[in-house]
Design a protein around this ligand. Structure first.
Ligand code: HEC
Length: 100
């Protein structure tokens, strides 16, 4: 059921312009995740998250759940928001990256 909710959220997010991506998840990422991760700006303490662009949501979700060890407790809602946010940002980044 949780996955279904995530899929609905992703479909909804994909129907609005990039700039309107979930703002609370963006804040959360900036506050709790950005010190270790970037999207397309190389690795910090953690890997560059642009590589998760083609991971399925379930796999990203499991990783975000694990990240609580590093980032502190997150609510179900925060985890769901971050999961779709990470996927969205990684995909944007994959689209914008110049061909190598
Ligand atoms: C203290 C540093 C640190 C913080 C804070 C952190 N991460 Fe990570 N993250 C890592 C490291 C190191 C890995 C590598 C694999 C592992 O440890 O599971 C990782 C792996 C990941 C992965 C899987 C990517 C891969 O290549 O394995 C995702 C997705 C992710 N983190 C998301 C997040 C999110 C979302 C947050 C904020 C809630 C967050 N991380 C906070 C260090 C961090």
């Amino acid at each position: 059921m949780r996955l279904t909710a995530l899929l609905i959220l992703v479909i909804w997010l994909n129907s609005v312009p990039c700039a309107a991506a979930d703002e609370s998840a963006a804040d959360l990422f900036a506050g709790k995740c950005a010190r270790c991760h970037t999207f397309g700006h190389g690795r910090k303490k953690g890997p560059d998250l642009k590589k998760v662009a083609d991971w399925d949501l379930d796999r990203i979700h499991r990783q975000v759940v694990k990240m609580q060890r590093k980032a502190g407790h997150l609510s179900e809602q925060e985890i769901a928001g971050l999961t779709t946010y990470v996927k969205e940002e990684a995909q944007k980044c994959a689209q914008e990256a110049p061909p190598k």
